[in-house]
Ligand binder design. Structure first.
Ligand SMILES: *[C@@H]1O[C@H](CO)[C@@H](O)[C@H](O)[C@H]1NC(C)=O
Ligand SMILES: *[C@@H]1O[C@H](CO)[C@@H](O)[C@H](O)[C@H]1NC(C)=O
Ligand SMILES: *[C@@H]1O[C@H](CO)[C@@H](O)[C@H](O)[C@H]1NC(C)=O
Length: 442
């Protein structure tokens, strides 16, 4: 009781001081320089969504919490023509940056200080114009690129770990660990350096199958049996479950996009790719075009999505409109895809052959056989730093090869059976999985 009223008191007190500061609509002009936040912003230029932008700013400098709140305070906005605007001065570089953050918080690409009816307002834009935008495209493309810059593979086997309950999906965490699904209610968290299970994430949801990471580090896990997405905050000791999103989808694959939206590939209902908000779970778009299961989705350096499917198609989607930019017909089902550093797309087919597509001319540049059976369908194609590809296959091998000369530089049958998935840990190790073993490569 005492605790409750204390909390109530703090909440009341906080909300009062909140409304007190609204007197000055540009309160951030005071709070940001006061707490020395003007420099911390550069690291956060690529943030998306109010919550992300705030937490990025405060994670760098906790003293900036008030400044961050003020930038996004609704009450600080000026109403002009029934629309609300942040006021900003185009001649002040700090205000220009604040305008950018204000717009990023609203899921725009950037903002520009301009004039409306002689008011100096911040206009949110979704097209590339300002110089800040250049920095952003650069920093976001680092996040978005599907290849792993600097990914090396030396062929050394660090660990061979027997597993008991068959092949289950594996997913890399930011701290170098990886997680592995189970066919029950839990998710195993593995130490990738020492090869043991650190802990289990247990819930009332059954058969975790897809995973993604939000920009704040939260883990999204999709449980196929319950058609439910659970957002886990792994930094918490207890109360790790942050929120639960009920869906209609029977998940097959998941890709988290730059603005933290979730792109979901399904294995039933229909085969639309469903784009959901990762906060409230609302369906924002359906990408309609595939007629069979989607095996993998990647984000292209320009922000568009590319997907591959059992229906033999590789589809490039305009993620802004949800429209098909191009549908590429392959000779047979496409299990995995990768984007080469020259921008060409590699699609691997279920017969063990590989197509190389030019995404500018949409032409098929090459087709050749690389494995005696298909490259597997749980993202089994990775681009190495030197441009080579690493593949895992149903023929039981893991190979490294040059996509242009087709020279095979490494081949291992250490798995002795079907390879089901390849994963890169954030420490640069590669985990490959069969139904009986996890191999951790250097
Ligand atoms: C910004 O600078 C330009 C050129 O120096 C000037 O014409 C303009 O009035 C200034 N704007 C504001 C809001 O001070
Ligand atoms: C992007 O970043 C790279 C490396 O940090 C840099 O060399 C390049 O000039 C940047 N490009 C732009 C357009 O800012
Ligand atoms: C999820 O599905 C499993 C299996 O049907 C069931 O036992 C469990 O109660 C469900 N969980 C919730 C929270 O409904």
């Amino acid at each position: 009781m005492l605790k409750t009223s204390l909390v109530l008191f703090i909440v009341l007190f906080a909300s009062q001081s909140q409304s007190a500061k609204i007197i000055n609509p540009k309160f951030w002009l005071t709070t940001c320089p006061l707490s020395g936040c003007t420099l911390t912003f550069n690291a956060c230029l690529g943030c998306y969504g109010e919550r992300n932008c705030k937490s990025c700013i405060t994670s760098i400098k906790p003293e900036c919490a008030t400044c961050a709140d003020d930038i996004f305070a609704e009450d600080g906005l000026e109403t002009i023509n029934e629309n609300k605007y942040l006021l900003c001065d185009a001649n002040d570089s700090f205000q220009v940056t604040v305008c950018h953050f204000h717009c990023r918080g609203r899921y725009y690409q950037t903002g520009k200080c301009t004039r409306l009816l002689n008011f100096p307002i911040c206009e949110c834009l979704s097209t590339t114009t300002s110089t800040i935008q250049t920095i952003i495209s650069n920093s976001t493309s680092n996040i978005l690129t599907t290849e792993y810059p600097g990914l090396n593979f030396d062929g050394n086997l660090n660990m061979n770990i027997p597993i008991l309950n068959g092949y289950q999906r594996v997913f890399a965490l930011p701290n170098g660990d990886f997680i592995r699904a189970t066919p029950k209610f839990s998710i195993e968290v593995w130490d990738a350096q020492n090869g043991f299970i650190r802990q289990s994430l247990v819930s009332n949801y059954y058969k975790p199958i897809v995973f993604g990471l939000l920009s704040n580090g939260d883990l999204v896990a999709g449980y196929s049996f319950n058609r439910t997405l659970v957002v886990w905050d792994l930094a918490q000791n207890n109360e790790k479950i942050k929120r639960i999103i009920q869906t209609d989808e029977f998940f097959w694959c998941l890709t988290v996009m730059a603005n933290d939206d979730l792109a979901i590939g399904q294995q039933s209902n229909n085969y639309d790719i469903v784009i959901r908000d990762s906060m409230g779970g609302q369906v924002k778009k359906r990408l309609v075009g595939h007629t069979k299961i989607v095996y993998q989705m990647l984000i292209l350096p320009n922000g568009n999505l590319v997907s591959c499917s059992l229906d033999k198609k590789v589809i490039v989607w305009d993620i802004g409109s949800g429209a098909i930019v191009r549908s590429l017909e392959n000779f047979s089902p496409v299990y995995s895809i990768a984007v080469l550093s020259d921008g060409n797309l590699v699609s691997s087919l279920n017969d063990g052959s590989v197509n190389i597509w030019n995404l500018k001319t949409w032409r098929l540049e090459k087709n050749f056989k690389m494995h005696s059976s298909g490259i597997c369908w749980n993202s089994c194609l990775l681009v190495l730093a030197n441009g080579d590809l690493l593949s895992g296959s149903y023929d039981g091998t893991v190979k490294v090869w040059d996509p242009y000369s087709q020279a095979i530089k490494f081949s291992s049958d250490s798995h002795k059976s079907t390879v089901y998935q390849l994963v890169v840990t954030s420490l640069g190790n590669i985990v490959s999985s069969s139904a009986t073993n996890l191999l951790i490569w250097g």
